[in-house]
Design a protein around this ligand. Structure first.
Ligand code: GLA
Length: 377
């Protein structure tokens, strides 16, 4: 990233010591179950955030972003604690804090993951800084440790109670494969995901409906699962079966029942999706993707009219499977389609959005890409 290093030098008057990068993600299946110790199956996308970093002897932290006209934000490292000043910079400050950094730094970031599209631009930012600091200060942290530190930054510094999926895949993603992640202990397995070999394409549809996850709907869903676990005296939704859930109906509220039903069925769908993928059975995978969307829409209630329309219009235009991805309430949907149907699906979704008076959707495709990396400059 020669231009990032050049911009860093122009801005801060010195060379960076480390250049790092971390990608955004798409989740194939396994939504809203990472904080319930479930399985998820995301992959890292090609779009990523780059960071250039150098340490400072005077305890000052200076942060700038190429996307924000390189306006410099400054704070003393001793003031870097939850509740500090900062807007988007809190994602960076949170990582400095959670990694226990006590030295000043200059950081310039340059990101290409669309913000608010449900593709984890925040995890890309956190993880690019985390791997960069790990290299700069020779912290020797494992990827699991860095994922937990990045999640802690988002939970306790930014105030968004996210799970561990986005940070894990941003750090551990592999070219050509989806990452089967067990969110209980962060063990992973690579599951080859080569749709192109099957004549397919995974289309990402950014609905342009951007609802911030810090708004409360996400935290409420998480709290509902935790409340069910507490009432049923189990550690998490991972320990629940449909039979036990049915038998426990009296002990929980109706809302808690449907939230838990999503979690239990979604965990099972992820494991079925892995079997389907390993058998290159994309029809079965498509069905599971559709079921996941229905469950997120009806039981978990985290979809929105734009996402439902993107899914319905792409299925009508021939998609094999389609669903919302990420936290929901806006953001992106994915559609698994035959490569030759790509313009048909795009046109159908665009026309449907137009006739509903929604913003014009944006389309991307991305192959599973590499996770984060950092190098001395
Ligand atoms: C957001 C969170 C993740 C995960 C997803 C939903 O992306 O950051 O931890 O909970 O929503 O699957």
């Amino acid at each position: 990233m020669a231009s990032l290093a050049r911009n860093f030098e122009e801005l801060f008057g010195r060379k960076p010591e480390v250049i790092s990068e971390a990608p955004g993600r798409v989740n194939l299946i396994g939504e809203h179950i990472d904080y319930s110790e479930g399985f998820v199956l995301p992959f890292a996308i090609a779009d990523r955030t780059h960071a250039a970093i150098a340490s400072r002897p005077d305890g000052l932290v200076r942060i700038a972003s190429h996307q924000r006209k390189e306006k410099i934000f400054s704070i003393d490292i001793h003031d870097v604690k939850p509740g500090s000043k900062g807007d988007w910079e809190k994602y960076v400050l949170g990582v400095l804090w959670s990694l226990g950094i006590t030295t000043g730094v200059d950081i310039l970031v340059d990101g290409s993951v669309p913000a608010g599209a449900g593709l984890s631009s925040s995890a890309a930012l956190e993880c690019s800084v985390a791997v960069g600091l790990n290299e700069l200060f020779t912290l020797n942290k494992s990827l699991e440790d860095l994922a937990r530190a990045s999640q802690k930054a988002e939970n306790d510094y930014v105030g968004m109670p996210c799970g561990i999926m986005d940070q894990s895949v941003s750090l551990m993603g592999k070219v050509g494969a989806a990452l089967l992640l067990d969110c209980r202990d962060l063990t992973t397995e690579s599951v080859p995901f080569s749709v192109a070999d099957a004549g397919l394409e995974l289309l990402i549809i950014d609905t342009q409906a951007h609802h911030a996850l810090v708004d409360g709907g996400y935290a409420e869903r998480r709290a509902a699962c935790e409340s069910v676990a507490a009432k049923l005296n189990i550690p998490s939704m991972r320990h629940l079966t449909l039979n036990v859930l049915e038998a426990s109906r009296e002990k929980i509220t109706d809302t808690e029942f449907i939230r838990a039903r999503h979690a239990v069925t979604e965990i099972a769908r992820v494991l079925d999706a892995v079997i389907a993928l390993r058998a290159s059975d994309f029809i079965a995978l498509g069905k599971l993707i559709n079921q996941s969307h229905n469950s997120l829409r009806d039981d978990y209630e985290v979809s929105c009219p734009e996402l439902d329309l993107a899914v319905a219009a792409s299925l009508e235009a021939g998609a094999i499977g389609s669903r919302m991805v990420g936290g929901g309430f806006g953001g992106s949907a994915i559609a698994l389609i035959k490569a030759e149907d790509i313009s048909k699906v795009r046109d159908a979704v665009t026309a449907a959005f137009e006739s509903h008076g929604f913003k014009r959707p944006r389309f991307f495709t991305s192959l599973p890409s590499a996770g984060a990396s950092a190098a001395r400059y």
